[in-house]
Write a protein that binds this ligand. Sequence first.
Ligand code: PRP
Ligand code: URA
Length: 209
Amino acid sequence: MGNVHVLDHPLIQHKLTHIRDKNTGTKEFRELVDEVAMLMAFEITRNLPLQETTIDTPVMEAKAKILAGKKIGLIPILRAGLGMVDGVLKLIPAAKVGHVGLYRDPETLKPVEYYIKLPSDIEERELIVIDPMLATGGSANDAIASLKKRGAKNIRLMCLIAAPEGVEVIKEAHPDVDIYLAAMDEKLDDHAYIVPGLGDAGDRLFGTK
Ligand code: PRP
Ligand code: URA
């Protein structure tokens, strides 16, 4: 069963509070999302496998640990997921990045896929699907299903804020997917916005309305 990890590190929580604040403007919002994504990446990669190598320090030959060459793929869901990519790449600079374009139809609230471009070897990669908001779960559910249809096997989902409804959808549809959150909020409102949430993540990141 996929696990839900709420990353309650004080730095993440402090920055998330400023992200949520409606008085935080676009520039600062973007910077904070980038920083939180980097901090979350630190936690999410905690169990990456290591292997032993031998190096020469200035003092002597020594055995030391390096990453075991696990291939990572970052899959931001357009467009708001883009705001978290650079932060993760600061810690995993060699990761390949694929994109899934989805928007939520404002009438039906169902996701509509309009773009997909992935690394050719996604079946060999440890994929991290990235989206700041997990609301009804429709977008992440579709994105993950789309990746699996194309051969993806190892998928984690990384979001800033989730509603319990969205988490349940992913746990039900994709029990193999671990979910990493900075916060689990109370609920969805009548427009399927997360409460208390942070508003529209894409609009706040890109200064649109
Ligand atoms: C937002 C958000 C998620 C989705 C979450 O994107 O970034 O992708 O809504 O909602 P769900 O869990 O109910 O599917 P939006 O559709 O507003 O598109 P945008 O990123 O282009 O702003
Ligand atoms: N998408 C957002 O950007 N915010 C929400 O609260 C829900 C979906």
